[in-house]
Every structure is written in structure tokens, then in C-alpha cells.
Design a protein around this ligand. Structure first.
Ligand code: 9D3
Length: 256
């Protein structure tokens, strides 16, 4: 997979992508990540990316032209060479190149969306910005809008890094791709059960007896119950979702 990121703050990506799973995946040829400065697609002397809002008001608005030029240029980059791994060449030209805008107005990121995006051969991520951006780009230049949650950040850069991390670990061959398949089948979307390691007693706090008993079936039963209790208490919304999936009462099974 190739991921292109368009931002006004390329330096914000030097940290997150130089560590961890993303580095290993890059070295293994599983993913290629390219960071681009939006200013590279301006043509005036001052490299202007924003302007005053029509209708007045405070703040500035990112201009449509550099945004369109950036995503159009990146969409036109050739596919991976035919002998490269995972070059599932899409039949229609430039298909499989989703443009994703990170914005507080987007759909809230969840694992299902991550899994969908991980299927793409190419992704172009555009980082929104505190000021806002010309609506014509949102309407005509973007395939999908994503938020990472209901709290205020200063831009889409950290959300883009979060999204990349979540996607890359699902790519075949990346650490986590096998584990995540296990996750799904073993936990049914529940929170994790409590974990313990040695010593069996620490500062007077004992590990639950069942875990020391050697009764595998009992251990499994306890863990399942713990996961259920914990989910019920902390994240009842997840339980409702899991129940809906099991009963077929989930949104993806409805007509509308
Ligand atoms: C003054 C601007 N705010 C008025 C309601 C809206 C606003 C716009 C842009 C608030 C924050 C931002 C910058 N954030 C993002 O671009 C962003 C974001 C976020 O802030 N939270 C969660 N997910 C995301 S994805 C992009």
C-alpha cells in the first residue's frame, strides 16, 4: 500500500513514522508513506495556501486550488511496478485511490473503517486545519471524511498518524495482522480480561486463584466472564453492538 499525506506541517510526521510498526512495515516493503507540504502546490511568490472567508468572519480558509492540485498530482502517480508485491492492478484508471479528509466533521473512526481503508492499494490523506477549508474541495475532491473522536485538536496531522498506525498493522505481513484476526474471533468486540504475571502475590495483592489452578476450562470461563462484566460496566455501547451483530440486528444488515 502507498499512503500520501498532504499537510501544512510535514514535521509533525517525523516522530510517529520513525518508530515502531510503521518503520518495520516500511522496511519490509509492506507500505510506503510519503509526506507532502501543501505549499508545494501553490504558484504565487508567497506560496499562499489560505485566504479570508467570503461573507466575512474571523479566521482564514484553505484555498481550493492547492488542495485540488495536490490530490490530482498524487492520484496521477503511476501504480506500483507490475512485478512489485500486492500490485492488484485496478481495472479502472485511478480507482483504489481514495482521498480521505481528516476533519472534526467526519464520521468517527472505528475498527471497521480502518479495515475498509486497509483494503485500498493507495490512500491520499489530507489534513484539515483549524481555520477550515473551501467547501468545494470537501464536496468535489474528497471521497471520505474522518474524525478520530469528539475532542478538539489543532489539526488533522495527529489524526492522520493515528489512522496510518491503525491501517498499517492490518496489512498482510505486518505485525498485528495475524493477531487482529485472532482478536476478532476470540473477543467478539469485548474489552480484555485482566492479565497477571509473577509474582503470585505483590504488596499483598493476590492473583485470582483460578489462574493458578491449572484448570484450563475454568480459566477460559473466568476470563470470558471478566471480559463481559468489564464491558457491561465500562462500555455498554460495545455490548449492544456485539449483541446486534449476533442477532443480525446491526445497521449493515438493514435496508436503509
Ligand atoms: C474554530 C474551529 N472549530 C469551530 C467549531 C472547528 C475546528 C476545526 C478544525 C476544530 C478543530 C479543528 C482541527 N482538528 C482537526 O482538523 C481534526 C480533528 C479533531 O480536532 N478532533 C478529532 N478528529 C479530528 S480529524 C481532524
Amino acid at each position: 500500500m502507498r499512503i500520501d499525506i498532504v499537510t501544512l506541517f510535514p514535521a509533525m510526521f517525523t516522530g510517529p513514522f520513525d518508530e515502531s510498526i510503521v518503520v518495520r512495515a516500511t522496511k519490509a516493503g509492506i507500505v510506503e508513506i510519503h509526506i507532502h507540504n501543501l505549499r508545494d502546490w501553490t504558484s504565487d511568490r508567497h506560496r499562499t495556501v489560505d485566504d479570508k472567508p467570503f461573507g466575512g468572519g474571523a479566521g482564514m480558509v484553505l484555498k481550493a486550488e492547492p488542495l485540488f492540485k495536490a490530490v490530482e498530482a498524487l492520484k496521477e502517480l503511476p501504480d506500483a511496478p507490475p512485478d512489485a508485491p500486492s500490485s492488484a492492478t485496478p481495472s479502472a484508471a485511478l480507482s483504489g485511490r481514495q482521498v480521505v479528509l481528516l476533519t472534526p466533521q467526519g464520521e468517527r473512526l472505528e475498527q471497521k473503517i480502518v479495515a475498509e481503508l486497509a483494503q485500498q492499494e493507495r490512500l491520499i490523506l489530507v489534513c484539515g486545519h483549524y481555520e477550515g477549508l473551501d467547501e468545494r474541495f470537501r464536496e468535489h475532491g474528497v471521497d471520505r471524511e474522518i474524525s478520530i473522536g469528539d475532542y478538539v485538536l489543532s489539526g488533522g496531522e495527529l489524526p492522520a498518524a493515528v489512522l496510518v498506525d491503525a491501517i498499517v498493522r492490518l496489512l498482510p505481513g505486518a505485525l498485528g495482522s495475524a493477531e487482529s484476526a485472532l482478536d476478532e474471533s476470540h473477543t467478539d468486540g469485548l474489552l480484555e480480561y485482566p492479565h497477571y504475571t509473577r509474582p503470585a502475590e505483590f504488596r499483598g495483592w493476590r492473583v485470582p486463584d483460578v489462574l493458578l489452578s491449572g484448570h484450563h476450562a475454568e480459566v477460559e470461563r473466568w476470563r470470558r466472564q471478566q471480559a463481559l462484566d468489564r464491558t457491561k460496566r465500562r462500555r455498554p455501547d460495545l455490548l449492544e453492538k456485539a449483541a446486534a451483530t449476533i442477532t443480525g440486528d446491526s445497521p449493515e444488515n438493514s435496508e436503509g
